[in-house]
Ligand binder design. Sequence first.
Ligand code: SF4
Ligand code: SF4
Length: 444
Amino acid sequence: MQFSRYNIFSKIRDSENYFIVNLLSGNADILDKADALKIEAIRNGESFQEDGFYNELIEKGYITEESREKKEYRKKYLDFIDSREKDEIQIFFVPNYTCNFACSYCYQDQYVNQPGELKTGVIDAFFSYLQEKFAGRKKYITIFGGEPLLNSPKQKQIISYIIDKATLAGLELCFVTNGYYLEEYMPVLLKGKIREIQVTLDGTEKVHDSRRFLKGGGKTFEKISKGIDLCLQNKINVNLRMVIDRDNIDNLPELADYAIKRGWTISDYFKTQIGRNYELHHCQSAPGRLFDRLSLYESIYELVKRHPHITKFYKPAYSISKYLWENGELPDPLFDSCPACKTEWAFDYTGNIYSCTATVGKKEESLGTFFPDIKLKEEIIEQWESRDVTSIPGCSDCSVQLACGGGCGSLAKNNTGSICSADCRPVKELMELGFNAWFENYNS
Ligand code: SF4
Ligand code: SF4
């Protein structure tokens, strides 16, 4: 018998209590200090009493036999692969890389704009490719950019054509947009089956307008806000994203307050996400202003303590903590957190195919073409497809692997040169925050 290699055990932040989580056995507990000391002793291989507490640890899989655990791991891994094969595929399509905004932090600003424009032949080839390659799979399309909703008659025609093709194919559409021309696009959008519109607001008016302005200057906040109102009135789901760094994080309470007062947070069609401004593609001009994953969530944790109304607007997940609180059980083990080339693909108007939104538009990352001819770089696709915690060196000995899933393949490649390498997530530290937030604070 031994202490399970998948136990995640630590002290809850700002509390006397501890937590233990095991995603393989599916158990989680909050412990007082006395029980935590007993577990600590067992983990350190000290002698222990085989009492009721010890038996409970065995029952819950915190203490286990290695061979039994290996068998369980294999079984759960096969279940994971099976269920992923039935998962819905998210297909991104980029109709253009141009944009009417000049955001202060845009990672696409260095992309050399590719020549040419989207022709209907490329759209037809894209839909044929989907029907053929992903036949029988559940799927939906996300239109991404650049900015897809530009206000020219030509662009409206293109978006309208894409919507008609998607309707014909029985596919739902999402749009990732800066939200500036939502009002102008409403009649076009209302023709299709729109699953969600993702719009970015980086704060209240002054803060947002200082970061996300029109090319050549010009405020955008008020027009985007009206666009969000319109979507909600028309029962179109809005996913409001706030991209955060150290320059705007203190504005989160005010943006939450604004969304509450504008009636957004009580709409069934409204949800939010926080995007971390980070160095995905190239060094930002002021890297000192960026958060790493943990420091971002530590700052949000402190902010929510002082401004609890934030949770009406945004509920931080802190790894699996929120899920556990909301569902009363753990999620299934996560053997892979990177959907690239498994349940996510990206295509662009030049006819190229990419793994996902992190690589789309980077010519050297192209995995082949769907137009004018179908050509695939099978060897690189195979590397993306096989990436998970069982294939990444380093992950197999990691106790948080089934909550982490190996991180992002693109970030890993940027850091190490190899797709199949680790992009570590501070899972234990996030849970330390999350157990306090969800189990001892937000709901007390
Ligand atoms: S490479 Fe990163 S951004 Fe792309 S699908 Fe994987 S996790 Fe997501
Ligand atoms: S990426 Fe890092 S933290 Fe995540 S499972 Fe692998 S070794 Fe563990």
